[in-house]
Design a protein around this ligand. Structure first.
Ligand code: SF4
Length: 125
């Protein structure tokens, strides 16, 4: 995994999020949005990979570095990629950062920042 990390700042970095129906799924989604807004990574449509949309699977395969943000240990985002033999170079699981899963769909801002910072740490040379 380490050798795939971005060290040049010019690599095509993409992020997918599980975007699940829980606080942690929505934190994953919001963190991906934040990373896109900060131009750390482009937000890639995971549903296109899950839907086996040929062009989107191809595009996901061509990413220089793929980040998967999952809400919980079920790891739907990473597993969706892996079904197409795409291994995320970086995987974040929100519950592993100390956030407890619940049905609240309003993403906690602090938890989103925690995920964003974790991704940036993982990307750091
Ligand atoms: S990884 Fe967890 S939170 Fe995300 S979609 Fe799957 S079950 Fe839901």
């Amino acid at each position: 995994m380490d050798e795939k990390k971005c060290t040049c700042g010019s690599m095509d970095v993409r992020v997918v999020a599980c975007s699940g129906g829980s606080n942690v799924g929505q934190i994953a989604n919001q963190a991906a949005i934040q990373l896109a807004k900060e131009k750390v990574a482009s937000f890639f449509c995971l549903a296109g990979v899950g839907g086996h949309i040929e062009g989107m699977v191809k595009s996901a395969r061509e990413a220089g570095l793929m980040i998967a943000i999952d809400g919980c240990s079920v790891q739907c985002a990473a597993k969706t990629l892996q079904q197409e033999d795409i291994e995320p170079a970086i995987q974040i699981i929100v519950t592993e950062l100390g956030v407890e899963k619940n049905p609240d769909l309003d993403p906690d801002e602090k938890a989103c920042s925690l995920v964003v910072e974790k991704v940036k740490d993982e990307l750091a040379p």
